[in-house]
Design a protein around this ligand. Structure first.
Ligand SMILES: *Cc1c(COP(=O)(O)O)cnc(C)c1O
Length: 381
């Protein structure tokens, strides 16, 4: 027997008390019980997303929320500015292309970011841009984009700012209302420590106005129809009831910890992970602000990163992630978001030492673990 560890940047481990809550017998969604559950979840999400707006919950993976954001706010032939510095940035462009939205791409090499002044310049130089689409945490590269900076550019413009927070909600601070973000999209299986299956969309007043004008086709992902029912605590279609029950428990857990502590915990775990990787002489893939959700590490010269994943899996029964697209074979990614504590990071790094040694890389035993412990032992001043 080898104990199993899920250490990928999504899906992430689900706490036992959440699993037990979700194992309760199914309830019907057209009942007072469901309405009471939904009322609690609505309030909890306002707290988590830091907004007064309602969050629409769809039964889909995170990409469903991305697609809903596009189809509900844009019309055929509209222009959208896409911050494209990773696989998920590319996904925004692919969704737009699928629906006949003209993409104006702001590219940066993977591992880098697009600075806010490039967004501001593009908005000035290209008339008619209706939306700016970006990630907060670009999970494929491990970079955190400057969403606050992007809001400075979009607030004064005609464009809405649509932010994919699938790997940052409940991980990194993004006060939707205070910053003036127009659409926040998220999913259940990353920072929210739930199984995959919920897609979340929260819209500002500016974005809801767009929904009324938007002409792209939609049926299942009709946010306006959903909103009419949400305020009555009713679902439009059959919801993913069990995961919504899990979400109520997650929101209670997160509330007990407090937003500031949640963000501090992730920042600390991320710093410990980066310190550990660097102590082994490895290079971090992120050349801009690193994401607190995930650490992307460049595989040592001559070692295909797919072999690193395979060794984690075969020798230690640990799932981590590799590189996506052009990063395949070059990087491996350690997730540290959601239900993660100090010693999960220590385990991931101890295993990294063993994995690299197995693959012939010279390892100074304990170097990664020691460097991480040093960070974890820090006491707040
Ligand atoms: C995981 C993820 C998604 C959504 O992927 P799904 O597989 O559809 O849940 C979208 N954006 C980012 C940044 C992600 O990390």
């Amino acid at each position: 027997m080898k104990k199993y560890y899920l250490m990928a940047p999504g899906p992430t481990p689900v706490p036992n008390q959440i699993l037990l809550a979700m194992a309760r017998p199914i309830i019907h969604h057209r009942t007072p019980e469901y309405e009471a559950l939904f009322a609690e979840v609505r309030e909890g999400l306002k707290w988590l997303v830091q907004t007064t707006q309602e969050t629409i919950i769809l039964a889909a993976s995170g990409t469903g929320a991305m697609e809903a954001a596009v189809t509900n706010t844009l019309s055929p032939g509209d222009k959208a500015l896409v911050v494209r510095a990773g696989k998920f940035g590319e996904r925004w462009a692919e969704i737009c292309a699928a629906y006949g939205v003209e993409v104006v791409a702001l590219d940066a090499p993977f591992g880098h970011t697009v600075p806010p002044d490039r967004v501001a310049d593009a908005l000035k130089k290209t008339p008619g841009i209706r939306a700016v689409l970006c990630q907060h945490s670009e999970t494929s590269t491990g970079v955190l984009h400057d969403v606050r900076g992007y809001t400075e550019a979009t607030r004064k413009s005609d464009a809405i700012l649509v932010v994919d927070t699938v790997s940052s909600l409940g991980v990194a601070d993004l006060p939707m209302d205070a910053w003036g973000v127009d659409v926040v999209v998220a999913g259940s299986q990353k920072g929210l420590m739930l199984p995959p299956g919920l897609a979340l969309c929260t819209l500002s007043d500016k974005a809801w106005d767009r929904v009324k004008q938007a002409k792209l086709p939609r049926y299942y992902f009709n946010l306006l129809e959903e909103k009419k029912l949400v305020v009555k605590n009713q679902p439009h279609f059959t919801p993913a009831v069990s995961i919504v029950i899990g979400l109520r428990e997650v929101l209670a857990m997160l509330k007990a910890e407090g937003l500031a502590n949640i963000f501090k915990r992730h920042d600390r775990l991320a710093r410990a992970t980066r310190a550990g990787a660097e102590a082994l002489g490895l290079e971090l893939f992120a050349k801009a602000t690193p994401s607190p959700a995930i650490t992307s590490v460049v595989s040592p010269k001559g070692i295909d990163s797919e072999r690193v994943l395979a060794a984690y899996a075969k020798s230690h029964n640990i799932t981590i992630a590799g590189g996506q697209g052009e990063m395949k074979g070059k990087v491996f990614r350690l997730g540290h978001m959601g239900y993660v504590g100090d010693f999960d990071v220590v385990i991931a790094l101890a295993a990294l030492e063993q994995v690299l040694a197995e693959l012939g890389y010279p390892v100074d035993w304990g170097a990664a673990v020691g460097a991480a412990q040093k960070v974890l032992a820090e006491r707040p001043a």
